[in-house]
Design a protein around this ligand. Structure first.
Ligand SMILES: *Cc1c(COP(=O)(O)O)cnc(C)c1O
Length: 464
């Protein structure tokens, strides 16, 4: 251990409180402290290198230290870092808004900026809520969410969240939302089989909307892949049916593409799988290539127009964040979009994801691999105690954590969701890099679930 490492680790222990991290285990362990990164690799202060198998929590697109992105930010920095978007504009914020409107499904025209996925969701909620007031239907106040949904960690976003482990402690702080089932077909909540169910769980949605749509403002959905609940993939056609139901019952459809947007699933936006245009779309994570905190809530002219009126009418959308429309972030976003085009990235993700899928087939040999779920380069491998009965590992088994710990020892950073091992490589990973990462993933799962390999420390690593 270098002196520098020890000193930093000590300072970290004293002063740093990490996100989603049990600090007790973390502080007994030796943390990974990243100093630099290049391409798909991260390097820590001791010189160890790791593949970034989780895209620095689902957001990295082109890798790290990308000259085009670095140059765009540096060039912008030479002009100005930030000026406000309250009552005025700036050059890159306008150009990015135009690009977003062109990239998103038809009908989405107006871009409202913020700085994280959670804030983009807060904005969607307030926008939908107030939209119905302006339309003369103020009784439409409630939201529908899907079981195990994750939309970010601020109070509004948690109110439409539905992962009990993360959200239950705050229940008294939250507004109530209606919950419907997400089609988790591996463990169907209705005990049906996808081949014969004809989307039986949609009946619950239909019934709810039939009975309550007069009081429902919006329905928030993670389209095609529900991320934080364990990479749960929607069957084809399901999202289109949700769109029909929202339209039929006059409920705004809000698609949270924070995780799925910008090529992650093999389409620019996951909604494209079902040819769906939502009324409101939330985006963040990959918007700047994973470089800087820019998020956006994008909506239709219809929603936007409802907020128009005289100054005195006070129909203004009274919402804003200090750093909204940040120039450095928007400059990175523009360079990000250019790299998408130049590298034909979305098509390449689709191709590489087929390669990854073929390679992942081998994982089915492993006795404790229950389900492999994938859309594009968004991959979840659900580990089970018993494949026949789908018996789950216990929370206390920490199976996902220990496999991730093993992957770290083998040179790749990943971060699990319960018993689901998550693999989210940077979208620009080459086939060779993907192969190397998937090999580590296989070895880590096999070592822990079959070969009885012990990790050096079962205290949880780097905040896992
Ligand atoms: C990550 C995520 C968010 C929250 O984004 P932050 O930038 O972390 O606030 C919201 N929705 C989904 C679907 C996400 O995956």
């Amino acid at each position: 251990m270098t002196y520098e490492y020890q000193e930093l680790a000590e300072k970290s222990r004293k002063h740093l409180w990490n996100s989603f991290t049990q600090m007790q285990g973390y502080n007994e362990d030796l943390p990974v402290i990243i100093e630099s990164g290049d391409g798909v690799k991260l390097r820590d202060v001791t010189g160890r290198e790791f593949y970034d198998g989780v895209s620095s929590i689902w957001l990295n697109v082109h890798g790290h230290n990308v000259p085009e992105l670095n140059d765009a930010i540096t060039a912008q920095l030479g002009k100005i870092a930030h000026s406000t978007i309250l009552g005025m504009a700036n050059v890159p914020a306008i150009l990015v808004a135009e690009r977003i409107a062109n990239l998103t499904p038809p009908g989405l025209e107006k871009v409202f900026y913020s700085d994280s996925g959670a804030t983009s969701v807060e904005i969607a909620i307030k926008m939908a809520f107030q939209y119905w007031q302006h339309r003369g239907r103020p009784e439409k106040q409630a939201f529908v969410t899907m079981n195990n949904a994750y939309h970010g960690d601020t109070i509004g976003a948690v109110s439409v969240g539905a992962i009990d482990l993360y959200h239950k402690a705050y229940s008294k702080l939250l507004f109530q939302s209606y919950r419907v089932e997400y089609p988790y077909c591996y463990r169907c909540p209705l005990g049906e089989e996808l081949s014969t169910c004809a989307f039986a769980c949609l009946q619950q949605v239909e019934q709810l909307l039939e009975e309550k749509s007069s009081e429902i403002a919006g329905f928030i959905i993670e389209p095609i892949v529900q991320g934080a609940s364990g990479i749960i993939t929607m069957p084809h056609g399901f999202l289109a049916r949700l769109r029909e139901l929202c339209t039929k019952h006059d409920v705004l459809m809000i698609c949270d593409e924070v995780a799925t947007g910008f090529g992650r699933t093999g389409k620019m936006f996951a909604c494209e799988y079902d040819g769906v245009s939502p009324d409101i779309m939330c985006m963040g994570k990959g918007l700047t290539g994973g470089y800087l905190p820019v998020a956006a809530t994008v909506t239709t002219d219809e929603v936007y127009d409802a907020f128009l009126g005289s100054y005195e009418s006070a129909k203004t959308f009274f919402h804003g964040h200090s750093f909204a429309g940040n120039q450095l972030g928007c400059a990175a976003a523009l360079a990000n979009f250019e790299l998408f085009e130049k590298n034909d990235l979305v098509r390449n993700v689709a191709l590489k994801s087929e390669h990854a899928a073929a390679k992942l087939e081998k994982f089915r040999e492993l006795k404790h691999v229950g389900d492999i779920r994938q859309r594009g380069l968004m991959i979840g491998i659900e580990l089970v105690r018993d494949r026949e009965t789908k018996e789950e590992y216990e929370f206390g088994d920490k199976i996902g954590l220990i496999v991730s710990r093993r992957a770290c020892e083998l040179g790749m950073i990943i971060r699990p969701l319960g018993n689901v091992v998550v693999f989210m490589p940077p979208l620009a990973s080459t086939v060779e890099e993907l192969d190397a990462m998937i090999d580590i993933l296989y070895e880590a799962i096999a070592d822990i679930t079959e070969r009885g390999v012990r990790v050096r420390s079962e205290k949880l690593p780097y905040g896992l």
